[in-house]
Ligand binder design. Sequence first.
Ligand SMILES: *Cc1c(COP(=O)(O)O)cnc(C)c1O
Length: 347
Amino acid sequence: MELNRLLRANIAALCPYSTARDECSSNPEVFLDANESPYDNGWNRYPDPHQKALKARISEIKGLPVENIFLGNGSDEAIDLVFRVFCEPGRDNVVAISPSYGMYAVAAQTNDVAVKEVMLRDDFSLDADAVLKAVDERTKAIFLCSPNNPSGNAFPRGELLRIASEADCIVIVDEAYIDFSSEESLLGCIGEYPNIIVLQTMSKARGMAALRLGLAFADERIIAYMSRVKYPYNINEATQRIALELLSQPVDAQLAEIISERAKLSVALGAFACVEKVYPSDANFLLVKVDDADALYSHLLADGVIVRNRNRVPLCKGCLRITVGLPEENERVIKSMYAYEKGDIHR
Ligand SMILES: *Cc1c(COP(=O)(O)O)cnc(C)c1O
């Protein structure tokens, strides 16, 4: 990978903000450098801009050096930084699969970067050749998501890696749902594929959506550029402390329950006459094709259950996306659908 060809010139030349605490190597005892309040209320000091303690813990969990890890204010920050680091506004473009996560296109638009969308096949499988064909001399990045949102399927690793080895640009693989998947993560491949950025998040399986903590794993040069461009204090102190604490609590039992509930919910939903298809899922949600998505959506909502209406998304006509919840929550959605089929409907 020719990183210099992919980087924006202004970013390659950037002199990043540096804090006084970055510039001193000793261990000061009195802090009069940052105009903070000296009155200790637990939160009066700026947080560590390098998130050393939290990164060290994540490094241990993921088995990757800290130099290969970026922490963002949600995955959304990492997605935005890909544009800001690599894409020249008004000139460069990215390739993204469709349907997929909406933030890739939103971040592209706010950065004035064009998106070349490549449709998945009708069964939501990945057409790797079509993705590669869409790449042109102005393409800086390819956005892939596996398991994919909203379709729920994971793509074969071999296909993702073939795209990474044949495309001469950055390849983002968003693994927000990897913990629920039977496919293996690409984390182990970033040494061999210096153009891959793997995105993960603490928002889903790890149960920390409120803390806003997204992870990017990549070649250390890419991580270094993302770190230079980010806001210095992008991860606040509360998030750093609480995430560190929550990472010591295992979630294996929760994952196992979600995966078994996913199977049960899939069977139960498939038995309704109004359900045409429940798509296979490697994630913590099910995409369900029904006879009248808007009507069922309104019924569920009026009955106190909110799901995601994907009826107007490409290839998802007639589809609702239903998150797998607690057993009693999943029973509640099933019960509400019985009422809908019986004609006991809310509109
Ligand atoms: C939920 C989700 C994320 C997570 O975003 P955060 O900003 O980390 O909460 C990322 N990618 C996809 C595809 C998602 O569905």
